[in-house]
Design a binder for this molecule. Structure first.
Ligand SMILES: NC(=O)c1ccc[n+]([C@@H]2O[C@H](COP(=O)([O-])OP(=O)(O)OC[C@H]3O[C@@H](n4cnc5c(N)ncnc54)[C@H](OP(=O)(O)O)[C@@H]3O)[C@@H](O)[C@H]2O)c1
Length: 214
């Protein structure tokens, strides 16, 4: 499969690497062509990886990963071009975090709206699935944790798209918990702050959520 990754940060690099490791072709996009981080990442990953702009990555991917600064999603997606994402699955890994007041971050969008819903509204022709936003980038691919495979919460409006993303999530080493439509992003995005607070408090950076069940 061809994967477009919008984002040159730790998440874009980690998920891009995971897709390359599984044999997919990946193009990483940035605001500017020639972005140094994207170029260095592609060079390190080898022939299955390449770099370009957000628009290049959006056009390239059959499946596209959104891994941009959450409060900059709107401008990143405008640059990517909603028409280039029409009909495609978009995995939204982002959290609308506002660090302007220091730690802990606040949510720039909350209550009866969420970053995930905003992404879906901006991309009416795409099938947006929230995933990977509740785990740190160091544990996004086949995390080897003593408690076994962690859980990954996913949310989205399109059942087929969630089936596909669920398959990716399983391949990446997680159990899948589908919590409903994209509006469930309202509850998944604050979980990221719980993850950050517990990571900082206990100095646990390789940690992930898991529900225990009978
Ligand atoms: N870090 C984690 O472990 C983690 C875990 C789960 C979820 N998340 C979420 O995943 C997303 C990515 O996180 P990250 O740490 O990998 O990277 P990040 O630093 O949050 O975002 C980097 C990306 O955002 C783009 N960007 C920054 N400002 C922009 C603007 N004004 N307009 C358009 N694009 C802009 C950058 O573009 P350029 O490439 O052009 O610089 C870059 O590609 C975030 O929403 C974060 O909350 C992070």
């Amino acid at each position: 499969m061809k994967i477009g990754v919008l984002g040159t940060g730790d998440v874009g690099k980690a998920l891009g690497k995971a897709f390359v490791t599984l044999g997919h072709e990946v193009k990483m996009g940035a605001r500017e062509a020639g972005n140094e981080k994207a170029a260095a990442w592609a060079k390190e990953m080898g022939p299955k990886a390449s770099a370009g702009t957000f628009a290049d990555a959006a056009a390239f991917g059959d499946l596209v990963v959104l891994a941009t600064l959450g409060v900059a999603n709107e401008s990143a997606l405008a640059a990517a071009g909603p028409d280039r994402l029409r009909g495609k699955i978009v995995i939204d890994t982002t959290n609308p975090l506002d660090f302007s007041g220091g730690m802990p971050p606040k949510l720039a969008v909350s209550g009866n709206d969420s970053g995930g819903e905003r992404v879906q509204r901006q991309l009416p022709g795409a099938k947006v699935v929230k995933a990977f936003n509740t785990v740190g980038n160091a544990s996004m691919f086949r995390p080897d944790l003593p408690g076994g495979p962690p859980d990954m919460f996913i949310a989205g409006d399109d059942a087929e798209a969630k089936k596909t993303v669920g398959g990716v999530v399983k391949d990446f080493g997680f159990n899948v918990i589908d919590v409903g439509g994209i509006e469930a992003s309202r509850y998944l995005e604050p979980m990221c702050i719980v993850w950050v607070l517990s990571a900082v408090g206990g100095n646990h950076w390789s940690q992930a959520f898991k529900l225990l069940r009978k």
